[in-house]
Design a protein around this ligand. Structure first.
Ligand SMILES: Cc1cc2nc3c(=O)[nH]c(=O)nc-3n(C[C@H](O)[C@H](O)[C@H](O)COP(=O)(O)OP(=O)(O)OC[C@H]3O[C@@H](n4cnc5c(N)ncnc54)[C@H](O)[C@@H]3O)c2cc1C
Length: 495
């Protein structure tokens, strides 16, 4: 096992994409086998050590940044197996927790299979995507990572290695689980009794549903309940052909109507991705792509899976829908081959690059949201974001996963006063989103940055129940402390 402690080689482990700068660590361990990782956790309580698990640092919430203690990096546990067909149209693929998502997707594709989860950032580790239940554009049709995990091997905070296979550990009628483990002995714990929101994407706090699988508790637990060292991923056949399109709308009503019509589609008729660009986002994109039409009220990007035989019919139906909702057919950009689709991908991905370039000319960092609401309340969310930003004269863009009623608002402050005002507004937005039945985080998770706000969503009782669950699995509080559950709930059992 590699151990690093000189400041230069551990600096990168104190960062992710959150701009959090207060991280510190005594050193970084890089295990080369799950057993080495288990050994570290087994001795943690006796050595009074705390560990923070580290993926590839693309997280946005400071979750992998240690606030003292040691880091365990997953980077050497990166093996990727070959897809193994288990039934017609189904395959499984065994990977280690530190395998890179991009590599996993390529390996699946090379064998004619498809792993649907696709956070925009592909340079992340599979273990992190499972522990964060990551999702992305294609979640509109395929759901988040959770739905594509067949089994996980997890190292629990006291050092036990546990394999969990979907369907084998359902919760008891009162939401309890019981495990008999070689090191930890008998563990009994209960799911929090809060109700999760009725959003189609949700990634805030422990997953809790009646009769759910134990596997689903670990998925999305942000590394607070164990380290995912291995997983079996579910693969489906690689789609034969894809229709990609960017459709511009002269009126917002048409754009929203088009979106709502597509939300009702099921199965093959449902696009796998349905994304939004507001006029301000299009203005940023126009800096690099001057042919982006001007004067529109926004654009929708979609991806629809099809076959050579169905492609013409699917295109006809798509154009009919665009016409019905007043989309600008002439200006729409349709990409049917890989090369054109790559150009379209470059177009979409140049948005964060343009925003970052703009931010480099300013002194303040952006304030961004990752909240979602039930689809029926989406119009209210959009109106709330927009009217507040217009009232305060902010530079802002709204873009993202409109299919799931989950758009990202980025406020780009031009000075410190605007930054402070944007932070205050963020608090107002939390209140509004919760009032609309939404979630504090749809995909990026809670980590350290949003931990102070989780109480607004679940109340004190919800956080007490989360803390009790955490303490049952991690009684010496050694793993990923500071993520998700505010420290006072873990340390003060009376709170
Ligand atoms: C430009 C950009 C676009 C993004 N787009 C999306 C998107 O579309 N959808 C989306 O969901 N996210 C997105 N993200 C967020 C991010 O990519 C994901 O959260 C990703 O899962 C983080 O992976 P990582 O390996 O970088 O993890 P890190 O940032 O290193 O760690 C994230 C968390 O995972 C924990 N962890 C790491 N490995 C393990 C393990 N093996 N077992 C248990 N816990 C572990 C860490 O302790 C930490 O809490 C985006 C980020 C960027 C920068």
């Amino acid at each position: 096992m590699i151990h690093k402690e000189d400041p230069a080689s551990i600096q990168s482990y104190l960062e992710d994409t959150s701009n959090l700068t207060t991280g510190r660590t005594e050193g970084v361990f890089i295990p080369e086998t799950p057993e080495e990782l288990a050994g570290l956790l087994r001795e943690a309580a006796a050595l009074k050590r705390r560990y923070t698990l580290s993926g590839n640092g693309t997280g946005t919430t400071g979750a992998r940044i240690p606030m003292g203690g040691h880091v365990i990096s997953m980077e050497r546990l990166k093996a990727v197996g070959e897809p193994r067909q288990t039934a017609p149209g189904h395959a499984l693929m065994r990977v280690q927790g530190g395998a890179m998502l991009e590599e996993v997707q390529k390996r699946a594709e090379a064998a004619g299979w498809f792993y649907p989860p696709d956070p925009t950032e592909k340079l992340c580790f599979i273990g992190s995507t499972i522990s964060n239940n990551s999702s992305g554009a294609r979640s509109f049709r395929y759901g988040p990572t959770r739905e594509h995990v067949e089994s996980i091997t997890i190292v629990l905070p006291q050092g036990d290695i546990l394999e969990l296979r979907r369907g084998e550990h359902p919760a008891g009628p009162d939401g309890t689980f019981r495990l008999e483990l070689p090191l930890a002995g008998t563990l009994e714990f209960r799911l929090p009794r809060y109700r999760m929101p009725e959003t189609t994407k949700h990634n805030a706090g422990y997953y809790s549903r009646e009769g759910m699988d134990l596997l689903d508790l670990f998925i999305g637990s942000e590394g607070t309940l164990g380290a995912i060292v291995e997983a079996e991923l579910r693969l489906i056949p690689l789609p034969e052909r894809i229709i990609s399109a960017i459709i511009y709308f002269p009126e917002e009503e048409g754009l929203l109507g088009f979106t709502e019509a597509l939300r009702k589609k099921e199965g093959r008729a449902r696009p796998r991705a349905l994304e939004y660009f507001d006029p301000n986002a299009l203005a940023f994109l126009r800096r690099r792509h001057p042919d982006t039409p001007e004067g529109t009220k926004g654009a929708i990007f979609l991806e629809l899976e099809t076959t050579a035989g169905d492609e013409d019919g699917d295109l006809e139906r798509l154009f009919a829908l665009i016409e019905e909702h007043g989309g600008l057919e002439e200006d729409s950009w349709i990409a049917l081959d890989r090369e054109e689709q790559d150009r379209m991908r470059e177009f979409r991905h140049s948005l964060p690059l343009q925003v970052n370039e703009w931010l480099r000319t300013q002194k303040e960092s952006k304030v961004s949201t990752d909240m979602a609401v039930p689809p029926a309340r989406f119009r209210e969310l959009l109106e709330t974001y927009r009217s507040a930003c217009e009232r305060l004269g902010f530079v802002y863009i709204i873009f993202g996963h409109i299919g799931d009623a989950h758009v990202h608002l980025n406020i780009l402050p031009r000075n410190h006063e605007e930054f402070v005002a944007a932070k205050e507004l963020y608090l107002e937005f939390i209140g509004k989103v919760l009032e609309l039945g939404g979630t504090l985080s749809a995909e990026h998770g809670i980590g350290k940055l949003k931990s102070p706000y989780l109480e607004a969503m679940y109340g004190r009782e919800g956080l007490r129940e989360m803390a009790a669950l955490k303490r049952a699995l991690d009684p010496a509080l050694v793993l990923n402390i500071g993520n998700m559950i505010p420290a006072e709930y873990l340390e003060n059992q009376q709170r």
